[in-house]
Write a protein that binds this ligand. Sequence first.
Ligand code: ZN
Length: 410
Amino acid sequence: MKILFYNIKELFQVRENNTSILKGSEMKELPSIKNAFLVVENDLIADYGSMENAPTDFDESVDVSDKMIMPSYIDSHTHIVYACNREQEFVDRINGLSYDEIYKRGGGILNSVEKLRKTSENELYKDAANRLEELIALGTGVIEIKSGYGLSLEAELKMLRVIKKLQENYPVKIKATFLGAHAVPPEFKDNQTAFVDEICNVMIPEIAKSGLADYVDAFLETGYFTVDETRKIIKAATNNGLKSKIHLNQFTAINGIEMCVEENVLTVDHLEIVTDEDIEALKKGKTIPVALPTCSYFISIPYTPARKLLDANLPLVIASDYNPGTTPSGNMNFVVATSCIKIKLTPEEAFNAATLNAAYALEVQNEYGSITKGKKASFFITKPLHSIYAIPYNFGSNLIETVYLHGIKQ
Ligand SMILES: [Zn+2]
């Protein structure tokens, strides 16, 4: 099946070949072709170019006049499998309680844990599938989903099986991450060391064996998991053939980034607080910084100093952090908008951070993230627009008209 998309007002993120993540000033450029065509053959991008060179043999054609095409968003950080919303905490925060006070009252992550353990696999799947369908319509074509609300081997495996079922039933590329060290569960309340040992010696080996996780994550933060505990978890993951992606520097900078770079962690996510030492550490390695600006928006904490990272010639990825407590939205259009409005990325930088660079954060850069021959035909077609700047500019509107994933209209 060969489909010709013709009269595309502008085809974005066109990369003949791309061999590395975009860093610093490289992120300013978002290559495009105006008045373009795109050919999709089965599930792959087969050809593209200016309309004057459009082919004449095809099975189907789609008129894209006045509209634009962008490769699917890649959301490299979400927690969309969860049991219950936390709307009450949202109101508590409006009334003045801090994230920490809510956590100490038994809210926060532990609230989600209690509810998840009681919820059946089927019910979890149904809710997560609804969320995923919403995200597909909003332009996401590749997504990472974390466990981390189970905090026991059994409940974590339940979450990972839900993620696996989503992988089987949807044309979205999904990567699964085991986040055992998200919080200390009640049964280990007074013995965090024993819980870290349980994660390293029991959970990680079992989960690696199950093949249900691609990555391991931990919440490295004052009051959660220390640098040394996190290093232990990363090493256990490495010994079991799994790479790590780590939550850190959300509230405090405690030299976690330096350790993560030393341990060759794939990504460090959050980074609302970044010191000069953290930047120096990032410059020494390949660990990718990931900003989660809509989390900052929702819980009113500082935003990742993105310009500081780019000025240091580092790469940057943006993701949603969709989760019930601190970011109950996975709308990547809003993540792009928030990045432009609050962390001063240009739209070009924001789209690069949400597509091509994000592909590197999930190691899917050979298949997704740009309009490149041979990559998967996963992209969205906008409504008629003056320019692509409308997506962050009209931040409250959904300007996506049609979504194609693996060459199939959704
Ligand atoms: Zn997160």
